[in-house]
Design a protein around this ligand. Structure first.
Ligand code: NAP
Length: 309
């Protein structure tokens, strides 16, 4: 008879893309799952039976060993699937669930938490370049929730507007959409900005060095793109709060160690009980705690003080 001692931690990876993300599978194991079972092409219309399989199979005390991770490259589709999964739960029958479409929560939270650990965000003008992807949308919302005055660029205005509307609907934040087709147009959007967060597709340069290095209002830059060419020319993906031209730079791998630690910590948290619902708010809160704990850099007092003004 089963004694409970061998209860395996099962992570069901529900992806809105055809092929479940390999990255998310690996982190699922590294976060403590014994098995990660991927399902692709999921949407609200075809997820019910899978969720029922997860919530009905184990005794109440053992349900904490089953969890669901929602991922994929489409933020809106991920949000809808995440809601659909939870709509199948009812008292006594639920398992922990996390949303992180393309790192929308963990990558965005890590980047914004590192920026927050390096200076003041509230009241500062922040521009999220190429912010229409999952990472950019959520990062823009997190910056806005920290009190920054946020704009988000896309190559086409309608995509920028759609992303801002999505974040307004989900978080109630106001983000200004801007159309910026090329590097020159994007350089214009960062005039008078204090913070730039680049969240463009892998291997796409969004600004060249000369387009930001002499910007006198710019205090901090973070770039999520770790695939050369980087999103921000003249930076290094390993930058960990590195000072370049008087600006604090966070490269993709520089804040990526926090992203990975955070992602793994969230997976581990899913198995603590069967009622965890991990989304932007609690993932960002955890990121901020971890960013200060793991802080790799010590800023000179003078620099920190100057940023508080
Ligand atoms: N550092 C980490 O730990 C980590 C973790 C996960 C992901 N990432 C990286 O984070 C970045 C953002 O991820 P994501 O999934 O949100 O990105 P994404 O959806 O692949 O792309 C974001 C946006 O980039 C824009 N874009 C695409 N091609 C472009 C081009 N040729 N020129 C200008 N803009 C272009 C698109 O915006 P429009 O079409 O609307 O203009 C797109 O919506 C990626 O570079 C990804 O590799 C980093």
């Amino acid at each position: 008879m089963y004694t409970g001692k061998l209860m395996k931690k099962l992570l069901f990876q529900f992806d809105t893309d055809t092929h479940p993300s390999v990255f998310d599978t690996v982190v699922g194991y590294d976060g403590g799952a014994d098995h990660v079972i991927g399902h692709g092409g999921l949407m609200p219309e075809n997820v019910t039976a899978l969720v029922e399989g997860a919530i009905f199979t184990r005794a109440p005390k053992d349900k904490k060993n089953t969890a669901i991770f929602v991922g994929g490259s489409d933020m809106l589709a991920g949000q809808k699937l995440f809601a659909a999964v939870q709509s199948c739960f009812f008292p006594g029958f639920q398992v922990s669930v996390m949303l992180d479409s393309n790192g929308s929560n963990t990558t965005a939270a890590a980047a914004v938490a590192k920026l927050a650990s390096s200076g003041v965000l509230a009241g500062k003008k922040a521009v999220v370049l190429a912010g229409t992807g999952p990472v950019g949308q959520r990062a823009a919302a997190m910056l806005a929730q920290e009190g920054a005055i946020v704009s988000l660029t896309a190559r086409k205005m309608e995509r920028a507007v759609a992303a801002c509307n999505n974040m307004k609907l989900r978080f109630g934040v106001d983000i200004t959409p801007i159309e910026a087709f090329d590097n020159e147009a994007r350089a214009k959007t960062i005039e008078n900005a204090a913070i730039v967060l680049a969240t463009g597709a892998a291997g796409v340069e969004l600004l060249s060095t000369d387009q930001w290095q002499d910007n006198s209002t710019l205090e901090m830059i973070a770039d999520a793109n770790a695939t050369p060419p980087l999103g921000i020319g003249g930076t290094d993906m390993m930058d960990k709060g590195t000072l370049r031209h008087g600006k604090i730079i966070w490269g993709a791998i520089g804040f990526g160690s926090l992203k990975l630690a955070l992602h793994r910590a969230c997976i581990a948290q899913l198995f603590e009980d069967n009622k965890q619902v991990l989304d932007a708010e609690n993932i960002f809160a955890l990121a901020k705690k971890m960013a200060y704990r793991l802080s790799e850099i010590k800023f000179p007092k003078s620099l920190k003080n100057s940023q508080k003004s």
